[in-house]
Design a protein around this ligand. Structure first.
Ligand SMILES: [Zn+2]
Length: 286
């Protein structure tokens, strides 16, 4: 059983790690955790998360009324309250602006491709909640669409949000999202991504039980369909493998053209090589 004192100390530690890893700058980000059934412990407004002390936290009820604390609760409290309302299983919420993941959020590119087995088993997919003005009621409304089915999401042109059954599981998901974003960025800079085939993704989902990981929602049947009103399943972009466990993406990538051995394979020729082939063919016709 987590005591109030140990939970305050954990929030301090998570804030310190977030700031040390560059997930927040200045006073950005916020952290909260359930304190029993009726109350929340939350970081205060206007404090750098790298310099929190246990006494700084606010205690609020589930409607956001402050019950204890000298400071005012986080400016993003409404977003945290929305998560706790919708997810009784969630005991902690972490919000930060990790720069690579936030870059994807700014570019409007969700982290929904099946590229890393461990991310598929721990987080599933990471969608982007629509843009909302920070600290207003728009933000909880944007988050509400995805939070039932996802433990982590990007916030368009803003940052990322993760939740968990305890504080460190919520925080580690933030680390996973940023790590995933960094790897995705490198792969895209290198010019291609091999995607994990749908059959293998299904197999990985089946292994979640072995690792004791509970998914908030299953994967959508059609991995490419976008959620409509409320996302009730996770969109993961994973093509049918047809026997292959990895499927090359980006058909225009030169490496694919050179590697495919089947009859449908494309080849690349220089203009000089093509001219020589045509000349040869014409000569043989004469
Ligand atoms: Zn923020």
């Amino acid at each position: 059983m987590t005591t109030e004192g140990s939970l305050r100390a954990e929030i301090v530690e998570v804030g310190r790690r977030m700031y040390a890893r560059g997930y927040t700058a200045s006073n950005d980000g916020n952290i909260s955790a359930r304190l029993g059934a009726e109350r929340l412990l939350m970081t205060p407004k206007g404090v750098c998360k790298g310099f929190l002390t246990p006494d700084m936290m606010c205690i609020t009820d589930l409607d956001g009324r402050k019950l204890q604390g000298e400071r005012e609760p986080s400016s993003e409290m409404l977003m945290h309250l929305e998560v706790y309302r919708q997810r009784p299983d969630v005991h902690a919420v972490v919000h930060a602006h990790p720069p690579v993941a936030t870059g994807f959020a700014v570019a409007g590119i969700p982290l929904t491709r099946a590229v890393l087995a461990e991310v598929l088993t721990t987080l599933g997919s990471v969608p982007i909640a629509e843009y909302a003005t920070p600290s207003t009621s728009e933000l909880p409304a944007a988050v509400a669409k995805y939070i039932k089915a996802h433990d982590g999401m990007l916030l368009a042109n803003h940052g990322a949000l993760t939740v968990g059954a305890d504080l460190f599981s919520a925080y580690f998901k933030m680390e996973t999202i940023e790590h995933f974003a960094r790897i995705s960025l490198v792969a895209r800079l290198l010019g291609r991504e091999n995607l994990i085939a749908r059959e293998e993704v299904d197999r990985l989902q089946g292994l979640r039980g072995t690792y004791g990981i509970q998914a908030p929602a299953p994967l959508c049947d059609d991995g490419t369909s976008a959620p409509t009103v409320d996302a009730s399943c996770q969109v993961v972009e994973a093509p049918i493998g047809g026997g292959r466990r990895l499927v090359p993406d980006m058909p225009e990538a030169p490496t694919r053209l050179a590697a495919s051995p089947d009859d449908e394979a494309e080849i690349r020729l220089t203009y000089r090589e093509l001219s020589a082939l045509i000349e040869e063919a014409v000569r043989s016709l004469r």
